[in-house]
Design a protein. Structure first.
Ligand code: 4NP
Length: 165
């Protein structure tokens, strides 16, 4: 099992969008039994809440269901559970690095390091902006999820080869 955690600030806009997109892509590939997906926020402001209605509506237009997701805060133990802990921006990354022990095998990474079409390194926070910000989040997230799935496949192939040896 490969476990993926998406992290933003509030866990109501960017990381639940990535969570919903990744879930759908994993299901479409028939990999639900092999890849587990979750999301969290570095802050506790919105714990227990549903994703922002604007994020839910923008995702629904592209066929992604965020309605069942609920916000939680990222914790140090997540680094023991997840193989990928993926930050939406540099501030999220710094906050995750602050709770991740240096010896942990899983270290936080920028999610957009897996993007292939887009050159940006951060998923911009859409919370205080307009609808176009939420569309752009989805564009970036869809691209980086495809790159992430390719990376997971590579990782599993390597593991299988080392198992054969
Ligand atoms: P997110 O967006 O980190 O993508 O979930 C935000 C949500 C809430 C706040 C900021 C960003 N806030 O300040 O409450």
């Amino acid at each position: 099992m490969i476990r993926v955690l998406f992290v933003c600030l509030g866990n109501i806009c960017r990381s639940p969008t990535a969570h919903g997109v990744m879930l759908k892509k994993v299901e479409a590939l028939g990999l639900s039994g092999e890849i587990q997906v979750d999301s969290a926020g570095t802050a506790a402001y919105h714990v227990g809440e549903k994703p922002d209605a604007r994020a839910t509506q923008t995702a629904a237009k592209r066929g992604y269901d965020l309605s069942t997701l609920r916000a939680r805060q990222a914790v140090a133990e997540d680094f023991g559970t997840f193989d990928y802990v993926l930050a939406m921006d540099n501030e999220n990354l710094a906050n995750l690095q602050a709770i991740c022990s240096p010896g942990s095998q899983t270290q936080p990474q920028l999610f957009l390091s897996f993007a292939r079409r887009f050159r940006e390194s951060e998923v911009p926070d859409p919370y205080y902006g307009g609808a176009s910000g939420f569309e752009h989040v989805l564009d970036l997230v869809e691209d980086a999820c495809d790159g992430l799935l390719a990376d997971i496949e590579n990782r599993q192939n390597k593991q299988n080869r080392s198992g054969d040896a």
